[in-house]
Every structure is written in structure tokens, then in C-alpha cells.
Design a protein around this ligand. Structure first.
Ligand SMILES: *Cc1c(COP(=O)(O)O)cnc(C)c1O
Length: 426
């Protein structure tokens, strides 16, 4: 499709947008009295307006029912987390029994390593991408040390080639092959937080499994953003946070996927708690653990229902719209954003470099602003464009399809251009 860098054209795209009504389902912060252009849905999604009513419901039930709310609230608390599963299992491409909601992401990755990182003899190494999200690096290093291995010798970090900004799948597959008799685990970020690259999860999973390793994915930047088929891809386990593309609220609960084939396998150990025992016998307070036959067996504690309430509200929106429609709009709005960036680049003779590979991207474009500095970022923020800055000079732009408009992209282009011109003339 031919794009144009005009307000009328952007508005016409908005009019044709099947999701245009959903913009109004979210609260936008305001700068100078205007809703912002929000590019950080990859970091913290906007608040769905209906979230408030879901939280109020829990507060009211707590006030009026107190402990009885566990069983007699309109949405009883003792199995509240199960309400999130139908929507979540569709988002990640799993059977319902393979998915649960609990804890937070880094905590869950540690718990999943208890089950799926089982080093033995020569097979003890872990493969990941270089410069993984820091929490993942700390998690992997501390797990290795906990098991008595030195991270420098046991963590294989697949590098990008010199001068390139993305990983080549062939390099990842080759590294798996080269280490095939010493790999215990492949654990990578499905969508890289820095360059926005979507890794070829299916091919990498197949190669890791074929090498005899377990394969897990950190889906922090993937869940609610890209198409996932965890069950069919034969992924062993995965985890994700919910406050990025899934708009659940700051620091909110994480999701976990455990492949069906592992659910009742007595050879897979796990750390256990009372919320993982069968509901029918849980309150008999028996000394022995009677696991639920789903991913819920990995649950430890009773669920933070107040936190799950806005998450459930948000998932209702995902149920209404579906990943297919979100992905369709995502591709179009990211293509329009790319077009706007190239137009501005040409007009101001700047040198933007989009480092996100065009053939492997989701919602995010990471842009190197060569010759520009932090003042440009500050200018954007002051003028109502919320984005983020990563050293040395990369901005990450993620126009979440639920609530960003094509007119936002046009407006961003105007502000960006103004910011560059003001700086060069002043
Ligand atoms: C956002 C993100 C996290 C955050 O972890 P928390 O435990 O939720 O604080 C972890 N890993 C990746 C890849 C992320 O993008």
C-alpha cells in the first residue's frame, strides 16, 4: 500500500481501522493537555478503563464478605486465577491445562529451572543469546553457580556478527549443534527487548530438542505481541510477564507454560506449595502433596487476587479482539511508522538506522539515531511522545495496536522533525 505523510491520510487509515473503538477503552496520560503518543506499551501497557471496576469488585467483596469471599464472592478468590486461563492459553497457543498464572517473571523462571535445568555429567551447559535482558543473565548465572558451575564456562551466549544488529538463525542453530552433547538447556528471549527481533522460536526449539536439551522461552516481549504456538512447537516451558503488551498493571503476575508431556512426569521435580494440590483435598490439610494434573501443580501460594483483577479485565479485551486482528493492525501501524521515520529522515537529512530486522519483527522498532543525543529524547518527552532511550542512542518505539492510532504516528513524525530542526538551528 502507498502511504502518505499527511494528517488527512493518517486520519483515513484511522477511519478504516477495525480496532479504532478500542483506543477509548484505555486511559492515556496527558502532556500539555493532550493525550500522549504512547510508544512504551512494550514496557508498561496503558490502563484499560474497565480495570477499575474489576478492582473495586474485589475491594467491595473483601469489605462485605471478608474471609467468605474465598468461596462466596461473585468471582470466588480461591480459583480466581483460573478465570485468566482461557484467554491466556489462546494468546500463547497452548492447551488450557498447560498454562497457569502465578508469581512474577524472574521468580517463575527460577522455579522452572528447578524443573527443567537438570545438569548431569557432561551435559550441563545453558545456551542463550548474548546481552539477554539483565534479569535473565543474573538468573542464569546464579542458577549455574547454585549448581556448582562457573558461568564463564557453562553459559554459551550466541553472538551477533560484527557490524550486524540482529542474530542469524543459522548461527543459533549452528551453536546448538556444536554443543549438542553438552547442552542441558536452551533458554532465550522470544522477542529481544533491545532490537525487537522475533527469534525463530519453532526452528530453535526443534534444534534444541533434537540436541537432547530442554528448551524454554522468556516471552516477556512476545506474549500479546506475536503469534505463539507453544504446544505445537513442542516447547518444554515458557514464562512471561503481563504488564507489557498485556496491560495488566505495574509489576503484575506472570504466566507459565509447561508442556502437557511434562505435567504428570514423576521424573520432573518441582518446588511445591499448597496451591498446587488438588482443590478437592486441599483444605483437608493432609501432610502429603496431591498434585493438580495441570500446570497449576507448580502453584505455591494462594493467588494475589487484587492484582489479578485488572489483568482479568485486560484479558477480556484480548478475548473480544483476538490475536489475529491485533497482529494485522500491528503490522500495518508498524509499517506506517517505518514510512514516517524514513520520510523524516529524508527531509532533515538525518541518519536514522532501524536495527529491528524487517522480516522478523513484532510491534517494536528500535532506531539508532546517529548524530542525535539525549536532548532529542528529552524534546520528544516534553512534547508528549513517550518513548524510551537506551545507550548509546537507541530509541525503542512500540505502537501497541490496541490503543495507538495512525494519527499518532503522523504526529510523532512532526514532533521528531521539529525536534531535530530546532536543535540544528539552535
Ligand atoms: C521485562 C522483562 C523481564 C522483567 O522481569 P520481572 O521479573 O517481571 O521484573 C524479564 N525478562 C525479560 C526478557 C524482560 O523483557
Amino acid at each position: 500500500m502507498e502511504f502518505k505523510n499527511t494528517e488527512e491520510f493518517a486520519r483515513s487509515l484511522d477511519e478504516q481501522d477495525p480496532l479504532k473503538g478500542y483506543r477509548d477503552a484505555f486511559h492515556f496520560p496527558r502532556v500539555n493537555g493532550r493525550p500522549v503518543v504512547y510508544f512504551t506499551g512494550n514496557s508498561l501497557g496503558l490502563q484499560p478503563k474497565r480495570a477499575q471496576a474489576f478492582v473495586d469488585e474485589i475491594m467491595r467483596d473483601w469489605k462485605e464478605l471478608a474471609v467468605e469471599g474465598h468461596f462466596y464472592a461473585g468471582k470466588p478468590w480461591w480459583d480466581y486465577h483460573e478465570r485468566l486461563i482461557p484467554a491466556l492459553s489462546k494468546i500463547v497457543g497452548a492447551r488450557e491445562r498447560e498454562v497457569t498464572v502465578m508469581n512474577t517473571l524472574t521468580v517463575n523462571l527460577h522455579l522452572l529451572m528447578v524443573s527443567f535445568y537438570r545438569p548431569r555429567g557432561r551435559r550441563f551447559k545453558i545456551l542463550c543469546e548474548e546481552k539477554a535482558f539483565p534479569s535473565d543473565q543474573y538468573m542464569l548465572q546464579s542458577q549455574l553457580r547454585f549448581h556448582g558451575y562457573a558461568p564463564a564456562e557453562s553459559l554459551i551466549e550466541v553472538e551477533k556478527r560484527p557490524g550486524e544488529h540482529h542474530w542469524r538463525t543459522s548461527d543459533i542453530l549452528e551453536a546448538i549443534d556444536r554443543h549438542s552433547d553438552e547442552l542441558a538447556l536452551v533458554l532465550m528471549g522470544g522477542v529481544n527487548y533491545y532490537n525487537g527481533q522475533v527469534l525463530e522460536m519453532e526452528a530453535i526449539t526443534r534444534a534444541g530438542r533434537a540436541a537432547g536439551a530442554m528448551v524454554g522461552w522468556d516471552l516477556a516481549h512476545a506474549a500479546g505481541n506475536v503469534a505463539l504456538n507453544l504446544h505445537d512447537w513442542d516447547v518444554d516451558f515458557a514464562s512471561w510477564c503481563s504488564y507489557k503488551y498485556m496491560n495488566s498493571g505495574p509489576g503484575n503476575a506472570s504466566g507459565v507454560f509447561i508442556h502437557e508431556k511434562h505435567l504428570s512426569d514423576p521424573n520432573i521435580p518441582r518446588f511445591e506449595g499448597w496451591w498446587g494440590t488438588k482443590k478437592e483435598t486441599r483444605f483437608q490439610m493432609q501432610p502429603s502433596f496431591d498434585p493438580i494434573e495441570t500446570a497449576d501443580a507448580w502453584q505455591l501460594s494462594n493467588a494475589p487476587v487484587l492484582a489479578l483483577a485488572p489483568y482479568l479485565a485486560s484479558l477480556e479485551l484480548f478475548e473480544e479482539v483476538g490475536m489475529e486482528a491485533l497482529i494485522e493492525k500491528r503490522d500495518r501501524i508498524v509499517a506506517y511508522l517505518e514510512f514516517i521515520l524514513r520520510e523524516v529522515d529524508r527531509e532533515v537529512e538525518s541518519t536514522f538506522e532501524i536495527i529491528t530486522p524487517s522480516a522478523a519483527r513484532g510491534c517494536q522498532l528500535s532506531v539508532f539515531l546517529h548524530g542525535e543525543g539525549k536532548p532529542l529524547f528529552d524534546y520528544l518527552m516534553k512534547n508528549g511522545v513517550i518513548t524510551d532511550w537506551r545507550e548509546p542512542n537507541v530509541i525503542r518505539l512500540a505502537p501497541a495496536p490496541f490503543y495507538c492510532s495512525y494519527s499518532d504516528m503522523f504526529r510523532f513524525g512532526q514532533i521528531l522533525k521539529q525536534g531535530i530542526l530546532e536543535k540544528t538551528s539552535g
